[in-house]
Ligand binder design. Structure first.
Ligand SMILES: Nc1ncnc2c1ncn2[C@@H]1O[C@H](COP(=O)(O)OP(=O)(O)O)[C@@H](O)[C@H]1O
Ligand SMILES: [Mg+2]
Length: 512
C-alpha cells in the first residue's frame, strides 16, 4: 500500500495579473496533520495562491487535488464543500451580532421556521471547548478583542466542517500574548486531525510551529524544507535572495539637547477615563527613545497627543522649547515634527492618490510645490522620482495609485516623505508592523541613520526585539504612564516584560 495522498496538492499553479506573474508554476503539498508555512516577502504571491485554493481566483494554468482527487474550486462555497476554510487578514464579522450569530450566518440551523439559536450556541460552546478557543457564544463582536474576533473566524470555518485551514498572516494583528495563544490553538487543531497552511513572514513563528515551510519569491517556489532541518538565517536568505543580518549595526549615540519634552501630560477619553496619566519623558537630539509596552496602554493616545490629534487636559508638551500641546496637526508638523503613523492606510497615505501626490500630502500647499495658488506638477513629480529612487520604493510608476503598492513599499513611501522633510523629531509608530525581514532591516536602518544625523527619534513598537535592537534608551508605558526607563544594554526581555505588565516599577539594574 502506498502512503495516503496529501490532503492538498497544488500542481504547477500559474496566475497572471496585468503586468505580473503572481504565481509561476507553483507546486506544493499539504499532508494530513501538518502545519505548512508559506514564507515570502510582501508581494511574493502567497495570498494569491491561497485565494486560488479557497476558490476566490481561478488559476490560469495548473491543477489542484484534494485527498488525491482532481477538483475545480470555482467558488468559496465549493472550497467549503471540500472542507477548506480560510481565516483572512481582515475579518468579515458583523459588529452588533453575537459570536454565535456570526458563526451561523448563512447556514442558520432551523427549528420549524425559526432559527435554532440555542442549539447553535451549544455547538459553538462545544467547538470552543474542543479546540481551547475560549470564546463566549453570546458575546457581541464589538465587545471582544481583535484576538477573540480572530477565533470567531476560526470557529466559523470549523462550524462549516473545515479540515483544511488556511491562515493569512494571522499574527500581524495580535499582541505577543495573543500570538502565543494562537500557536497553542493551531497545535490543538492539528492534534485533532486538521491540516494547516500558515502564511507569514515571521521566521520565529515558523520555527516554533511549522513542520515544513515553502519559500516563495517573486511568484516562484524557491524551496520546501523541514523546519527541523533549517534555521532562521537560512530561511531569511531564501526569502529575500541575499544574506540578512538580524543584528542592527549602530555606533554609540552622540546625544545632544532635549528636543521633545512631555511633562505631566494627562488626557481622558470620551468616557472620562484617563488614557494618559501624568506622563513625562524627553527625547534628545541624536537618540532613539523606544517606548515599550503591551498594546492598549496609551501608545496610540500618546502619539495622538504629540501630533495634535488628541487634546490633553493638563501638562505640557514642548518641541525645541516651544509649547505645542493642543495645536493643530498642521501647526505641529510645521514645528519640524515628522510622523510615520501606526495605521498607514488611515493616516499615512491617501490610497486613491498617486504615489507622486502622496509624497506631498503635507507640503503641497507650500513653495515650491505650490506657486500663487497653482500646483507645480513638474516639481511634484521630480520630487517623487527622487524619493522613490533614494528609498527604493518599488512601484511601476509615480502615477500608480498608492493602493496598488505592497505594504512594504507603502511604508517605504511614507518614510521617504517624512524623512525628506528633514525634521528635528521623527516619530515612528509600529514602523515595521506587517513588513518582511528585508523591509524591516531597511526601515530600522533609516531610523538609525536619522539618529546619526542628530535627529531625535521616538520609536513606539510592540515588538520587543525591535525596541531592544534599535533604541538607545527605553521607556516602558503601562496604563498611560511611564513606569520606568532603562538602557537596552542593562536590561533583558524578562525585566521589560515585568515592567510592561505593571509588576515592576523601575528597571532593577538600569540606573537611569
Ligand atoms: N487582484 C489583483 N490584481 C492585480 N494584481 C494583483 C492582484 N492581487 C495581487 N496582485 C499582485 O500580485 C502580486 C502578489 O500579490 P500577493 O499574492 O498579495 O502577495 P503576498 O500575499 O505574498 O504579499 C503582487 O505584485 C500584487 O500586487
Ligand atoms: Mg498577502
Amino acid at each position: 500500500m502506498s502512503a495516503a495522498a496529501p490532503v492538498v496538492e497544488l500542481k504547477q499553479i500559474t496566475k497572471r495579473f496585468p503586468g505580473i506573474v503572481a504565481n509561476d508554476s507553483i507546486s506544493l503539498t499539504l499532508e494530513k496533520g501538518e502545519i505548512h508555512a508559506l514564507l515570502g516577502e510582501n508581494g511574493a504571491g502567497k495570498s494569491t495562491l491561497m485565494n486560488i485554493v479557497f476558490g476566490l481566483y481561478q488559476p490560469d494554468e495548473g491543477s489542484i487535488e484534494i485527498g488525491g482527487k482532481p477538483v475545480i474550486i470555482d467558488s468559496p462555497n465549493k472550497a467549503i464543500e471540500l472542507g477548506i476554510g480560510m481565516v483572512h487578514q481582515h475579518f468579515k464579522l458583523v459588529d452588533p451580532f453575537t459570536v454565535t450569530e456570526n458563526i451561523i450566518l448563512g447556514t442558520e440551523p432551523k427549528k420549524g421556521l425559526k432559527i435554532d439559536y440555542k442549539s447553535a450556541a451549544e455547538q459553538v460552546r462545544k467547538l470552543s471547548e474542543l479546540y481551547g478557543l475560549q470564546v463566549d457564544p453570546h458575546a457581541r463582536i464589538h465587545d471582544i478583542s481583535v484576538g477573540m474576533q480572530q477565533r470567531v473566524e476560526i470557529m466559523k470555518t470549523l462550524y462549516r466542517g473545515a479540515d483544511i485551514l488556511i491562515f493569512d498572516e494571522p499574527t500581524a494583528v495580535l499582541t505577543p500574548q495573543e500570538i502565543n495563544e494562537l500557536m497553542a490553538i493551531m497545535k490543538r487543531l492539528v492534534a485533532e486531525g486538521k491540516s494547516i497552511i500558515l502564511i507569514t513572514h515571521k521566521l520565529k513563528e515558523i520555527m516554533t510551529i511549522a513542520d515544513r515551510v515553502t519559500i516563495i519569491r517573486r511568484g516562484k517556489v524557491i524551496d520546501t524544507v523541514r523546519t527541523s532541518e533549517t534555521n532562521p538565517n537560512d530561511l531569511a536568505e531564501k526569502m529575500v535572495g541575499r544574506g540578512v543580518t538580524f543584528k542592527v549595526d549602530k555606533q554609540p549615540p552622540n546625544i545632544g539637547k532635549a528636543v521633545l519634552k512631555l511633562d505631566g501630560v494627562n488626557s481622558k477619553n470620551k468616557e472620562g477615563i484617563s488614557v494618559l496619566n501624568n506622563l513625562s519623558f524627553e527625547v534628545k537630539a541624536g537618540e532613539i527613545l523606544g517606548i515599550a509596552g503591551v498594546d492598549g496602554n496609551g501608545q496610540s493616545e500618546l502619539i495622538q497627543a504629540i501630533t495634535g490629534l488628541r487634546k490633553i487636559d493638563s501638562g505640557s508638551i514642548t518641541m525645541e522649547g516651544k509649547e505645542i500641546a493642543n495645536l493643530s496637526p498642521r501647526k505641529i508638523t510645521e514645528k519640524n515634527v515628522s510622523h510615520i503613523p501606526e495605521d498607514r492606510h488611515k493616516h499615512g497615505l491617501v490610497l486613491d492618490f498617486t504615489v507622486s501626490e502622496n509624497m506631498v500630502l503635507e507640503t503641497y500647499y507650500r513653495s515650491p510645490y505650490n506657486r500663487n495658488g497653482f500646483m507645480n506638477k513638474d516639481i511634484i513629480d521630480k520630487h517623487a522620482e527622487k524619493l522613490i529612487r533614494e528609498f527604493d520604493v518599488r512601484t511601476p510608476s509615480i502615477h500608480t495609485s498608492a493602493r496598488s503598492l505592497s505594504g512594504g513599499n507603502q511604508q517605504k513611501a511614507i518614510i521617504a516623505r517624512e524623512i525628506e522633510k528633514n525634521p528635528s523629531l521623527l516619530i515612528a509608530a509600529q514602523p515595521t508592523r506587517g513588513l518582511d525581514v528585508g523591509a524591516i532591516e531597511f526601515v530600522q536602518k533609516q531610523l538609525i541613520a536619522q539618529r546619526d544625523q542628530g535627529k531625535a527619534v521616538l520609536l513606539v513598537s510592540f515588538e520587543l526585539d525591535e525596541i531592544m535592537n534599535v533604541s538607545d534608551r527605553i521607556a516602558v508605558i503601562y496604563e498611560g504612564h511611564i513606569v520606568g526607563e532603562v538602557y537596552p544594554e542593562n536590561t533583558n526581555d524578562q525585566e521589560l516584560g515585568l515592567m510592561m505588565a505593571g509588576s515592576l516599577k523601575q528597571g532593577g539594574n538600569s540606573g537611569v
